[in-house]
Design a protein around this ligand. Structure first.
Ligand code: RNT
Ligand code: ZN
Length: 419
């Protein structure tokens, strides 16, 4: 059977459930997913020499890591060509690009330090999301930034946050697409603190000061990302789930951001999405794969990933949920890591769009739970691969089984030759 014939037959199978696969494919093409620059260089960035801090860690030493803006852009470009669907670029402040001899500290960053990224994004019709970088820097005092008891330290990081608001607005104006600006700090304590509220009060005040920087709420979407623990920050984090949710709930225009690596292992972000959508007009996500801890493994087409995508689609949330990938594996080919993760999330969204949600909901509401179980099980083995191939074909990207050859070639010709 040809690809076309296989698709036609799959389309018919889905049709029996009342699913219109053409519509699903067309819809997915419009939905932007933000691709994180930091998979390409193990979260190193260009503005510091020191180690990765803030309670996050990359493991592995696969050859070919990008070391310059040019290399990172080239690598990302390779990956982008292998991804179907609409993309947005996700940058961290530590990826500022300075001219020869020029260098400013993070509190003095300007839009011009990201001009090359803007050209990169514009040439590829991508919007840009942004993140102030509150880690891997010598002005982190005793592990704290925005919640530090030291006023000087706090002030420096507040200035950084404000600079990032201005840069975010510049991104939005340049690209014509709103910029999601996410605030995450690794502030916290390794061991049992004596004061849990003090750091949070300081963190609250600091974020309020950052958000007092004037900006257009239609252009910049500030978020606060929570986290339950980090490496070396096991006992307490200032930006806990309750803290960030309450902050976002009480600060107009500020979104909560959930990273699915940042909860206790049996807590499911898929279940939290519909809960938050009852209250927040918009929310943001970091999509990752935690393996026993916040390990940031490459996103796969696994159960929880699919469940998260289903909830977004079922809740009519595609326009209300900002989706960004957030993982970093230094142990495998980084271009492939980007590609697998992005394609996996696209698969999850497409398969969620290929479900008869109305029908399933009705079964639940009529308490026909046996039929609901059966239908959900049967849907699992519908010929989704054929729909996915058609989506890849329509988007003009390589099929599964084909694209890695290109990555392998790039690895041999370029990546392995890097010093
Ligand atoms: C860390 C957070 C945060 C970072 C990125 C690099 O645990 O998930 O979002 O991964 O900002
Ligand atoms: Zn994250």
């Amino acid at each position: 059977m040809t690809q076309k014939e296989r698709y036609e037959s799959a389309k018919e199978r889905y049709g029996l459930f009342g699913v219109d696969t053409e519509r699903a494919i067309a819809r997915l093409k419009e939905i932007p997913v933000s691709l994180h620059c930091w998979q390409g260089d193990d979260v190193t960035g260009f503005d510091h020499e020191g180690p990765l801090t803030g309670g996050i860690q990359t493991t592995g030493n696969y050859p070919g890591k990008a070391k310059t803006p040019k290399e990172l852009m080239e690598d990302m470009d390779r990956a982008l060509k292998l991804m179907p669907g609409k993309k947005k670029l996700n940058l961290h402040a530590s990826y500022a690009i300075f001219e020869e001899g020029e260098r400013v500290d993070r509190n003095k960053l300007l839009p011009k330090h990201f001009a090359k990224w803007v050209s990169f994004a514009k040439e590829r019709q991508m919007g840009i999301d942004f993140n102030p970088t509150f880690f891997s820097h010598d002005k982190i005092k005793d592990g704290q930034t925005l919640s530090s008891p030291d006023e000087e330290t706090r002030k420096f990081w507040i200035e950084h946050g404000k600079a990032c608001i201005r840069i975010s607005e510049y991104f939005a104006r340049e690209t014509g697409i709103p910029c999601v600006m996410n605030i995450w700090t690794g502030d916290g304590y390794k061991d049992i603190p004596a004061d849990r509220m003090g750091p949070r009060m300081r963190y609250k005040d600091a974020i309020e000061q950052i958000l007092s920087e004037p900006f257009d709420k239609n252009l910049v979407k500030p978020c606060v990302e929570s986290k339950v623990f980090g490496i070396g920050v096991e006992s307490y984090t200032a930006g806990s789930a309750e803290f960030t949710l309450s902050f976002a709930a009480t600060h107009e225009g500020c979104l909560p951001l959930m990273d699915n690596g940042h909860y206790h292992p049996t807590e499911m972000v898929s279940d939290k999405i519909p809960a938050l959508l009852c209250f927040y007009p918009e929310i943001a996500l970091h999509i990752t794969r935690p393996v026993r801890w916040d390990s940031d493994h490459v996103v796969l087409f696994d159960d929880e990933t699919r469940e998260m995508a289903k909830e977004i689609v079922r809740c009519n949330g595609l326009e209300r949920v900002y989706m960004a990938l957030d993982y970093f594996d230094a142990g495998i080919n980084r271009v492939a890591a980007w590609t697998v993760g992005f394609r996996s999330w696209q698969k999850a969204l497409l398969s969620a769009l290929c479900m008869p949600h109305e029908k399933l909901r009705r079964l639940q509401d009529e308490n026909r739970m046996t039929e609901l179980m059966i239908m959900q099980e049967e849907l699992k083995i519908c010929p989704f691969g054929d729909i996915w191939e058609e989506y890849c074909r329509q988007c003009g990207v390589a099929f599964d089984g084909e694209w890695f050859l290109e990555v392998k070639k790039y690895e041999e010709e370029v990546l392995l030759k890097r010093k």
